[in-house]
Design a protein around this ligand. Structure first.
Ligand code: ADP
Ligand code: MG
Length: 567
């Protein structure tokens, strides 16, 4: 019972301690140790920073449970989350902290029937966990009364702002009593969050857990350098060498998520796709099969994966490199949860090396480079695994049904011949090198034109790494190089350092970007041009001289081009 005392020392009630022991928490996590006493002992607001998976829900949830009046039927705590998934998950976690108290926790999110929400609200609830949109609906309809609110929690605040919920959050805040306590939790602390605290909190304390603790301790981080066109093969090899692969795989776009999940299914893996276009009902089914491990590979976009809480993932794989260090930390937070060891794998193309270095710097962690297993090693590993499995069958005495077949075969052939034939019969495909394709050294200059059809990543116009973009905006649209960079950066959230060799003409412009960015940019500006045409497309790859090769470009009036340092 030693460990229980650690929670007791924080000043929690008997009911909360009961709930904790039922849940099997052994000791408070750092954010819990820091936040719980503050919440219980004083009246200040709190800004808490800790990575995903560090137990923030219990950090604010347990003290809130202790400080609200049970059975009053009045809404005393409101927890805002950016997604429905998270609302459900936090509501479940909160409910599990009741420890026998008559406290009713209601998740409220869009897509759920209003009638059910009305009747639950009418019958009285003490804690609401919800997404901003639907909460605002209820506030406007007068079906949600926040006049008794004691606690307002902003969970995953950075994500909330990223998703554009700032006005909604402020609106909801404006409907809450001034004397409530306002708690804000976030994995990262961009300026906008600090501003929010400044604007809406009177006296507050900042509680911070070093991100190093999180990312380094529990997650082994490695990266592989591969060409975009070899990513699928690389992933397949990783899946095949891992005895257990229970993973979230992140891609940047919905399109890529679908392609990759389908390619994995075609190859016989149990994969599923999750992104913003997947309906809520479908999403719940998918998550359910993933939790039950009927699906062991979930391919997802960042937003779709937000808040997915699965403890025993063996891997998180960044099939596309995260857009920024913060999203890396968020993604990696999906493995190595609850004290279990996990591996985070990132695929980078050579042009993304710098991005990886930034991520490494920000997350204050070490990301090791590894090389992919070779085909012959893969087959060797599989053979060894099969031998081990056969030994296990023998150990477990689980072969007697087949003894008569064995004896029959032994009458006609020598034993080694029979066994070899049996292995071929059972594992022919597994041992075949045809299952794999060669992977090109990403740093070699030679181009490999692969002919395979269903490579989900085989999209980029230029396999060498840099894509020339044609942009249907020019000087007549009041565009110059700087404005163009700003525009692309704002719309597509691309690092401006990646946009190079810009040339602006009267009617159009060109710019070079790494092909990973190119795909994202092209997708972002699809249908955004005149007559719903794409605003940005890949220019024909002509490396020597763009002006000469683009006949429509005015040859003389050359705009000064911004040339940044070549890497
Ligand atoms: P966060 O909100 O910081 O991402 P959660 O509150 O969702 O983290 O917690 C992540 C997981 O860790 C949950 O399954 C939760 O039950 C578990 N957990 C939280 N605190 C502890 C603890 N002290 N000991 C063990 N598990 C914990
Ligand atoms: Mg959380």
């Amino acid at each position: 019972m030693d460990n229980m005392n650690k929670f007791a020392e924080l000043g929690l009630s008997e009911s909360s301690l009961l709930a904790i022991s039922t849940k099997g928490f052994e000791e408070p996590s750092p954010i819990q140790k820091m936040t719980i006493p503050l919440l219980i002992q004083n009246e200040k607001d709190i800004v808490g920073q800790a990575q995903t998976g560090t137990g923030k829900t219990a950090a604010f949830g347990l003290p809130i449970m202790d400080m609200i009046v049970e059975g009053s039927g009045q809404v005393q705590a409101l927890i805002l989350t950016p997604t429905r998934e998270l609302a459900i998950q936090v509501a479940e976690e909160m409910s599990s902290f009741r420890g026998g108290r008559k406290i009713s926790v209601l998740p409220i999110y869009g897509g759920q029937s209003y009638n059910r929400q009305f009747s639950r609200l009418e019958s009285g609830v003490e804690i609401i966990v919800g997404t901003p949109g639907r909460l605002i609906d209820h506030l406007k309809r007068g079906t949600l009364d926040l006049s008794h609110l004691k606690f307002m929690v902003l969970d995953e605040a950075d994500e909330m702002l990223n998703m554009g919920f700032i006005d909604d959050v402020e609106f909801i805040l404006s409907k809450t009593p001034a004397e409530k306590r306002f708690l804000l939790f976030s994995a990262t602390m961009p300026k906008r969050i600090v501003q929010l605290a400044e604007n809406f909190m009177s006296e507050y304390e900042v509680v911070k857990v070093d991100s190093t603790q999180l990312t380094v301790d529990l997650t082994d981080q490695i990266y592989f350098e591969v060409r975009a066109s070899d990513k699928f093969e690389a992933l397949c090899r990783i899946i095949d060498v891992e005895p257990e692969f229970y993973a979230l795989v992140f891609c940047r776009t919905k399109l890529k998520v679908d392609h990759l999940a389908n390619a994995l299914l075609d190859r016989g893996n149990d994969a599923a796709a999750l992104h913003g276009d997947v309906s809520q009902a479908q999403r719940e089914r998918i998550l359910d099969s993933f939790k039950r491990k009927r699906v062991n590979i979930l391919v997802a976009t960042d937003v779709a994966a937000r808040g997915i809480d699965i403890d025993d993932l063996t891997h998180v794989l960044n099939y596309s490199i995260p857009q920024d260090p913060e999203s890396y930390v968020h993604r990696i937070g999906r493995t190595g949860r609850a004290g279990k060891l996990g591996t985070a794998i990132t695929f980078i193309t050579p042009s993304e090396y710098r991005q990886l270095m930034q991520i490494q710097h920000f997350s204050n962690s070490e990301i090791r480079k590894e090389t992919l297993p070779k085909i012959k090693d893969l087959i060797k590993i599989k053979r060894e695994r099969i031998v081990a499995e056969i030994k296990e069958v023998i150990d477990q005495d689980d072969y007697h049904d087949n003894m008569h077949v064995a004896n029959e075969l032994l009458e006609g052939f020598p034993p080694d011949m029979i066994i070899a034939a049996l292995l071929t019969h059972a594992y022919k495909d597994e041992f075949s090198t045809d299952r794999y394709t060669e992977i090109t050294d990403p740093r070699s200059q030679r181009q490999s034109r692969s002919t395979r059809q269903n490579q989900p990543d085989d999209y980029s116009p230029d396999q060498e790494g840099i894509t020339r973009l044609f942009i249907a905006l020019g000087r007549k649209d009041d565009i110059n190089a700087q404005k163009l960079v700003n525009f692309i950066r704002q719309e597509a959230m691309v690092d401006p350092n990646h946009i190079r060799n810009i040339q602006v003409f009267d009617n159009f412009s060109f710019a070079n970007v790494p092909f990973q960015e190119a795909e994202h940019i092209i997708n972002t500006f699809r249908g955004k041009g005149r007559d719903k045409k794409p605003l940005i497309v890949a220019a024909k790859p002509k490396n020597d001289n763009d002006e000469k090769s683009q006949r429509s470009a005015p040859p003389k009036r050359k705009q000064k081009t911004r040339r940044s340092k070549k890497r």
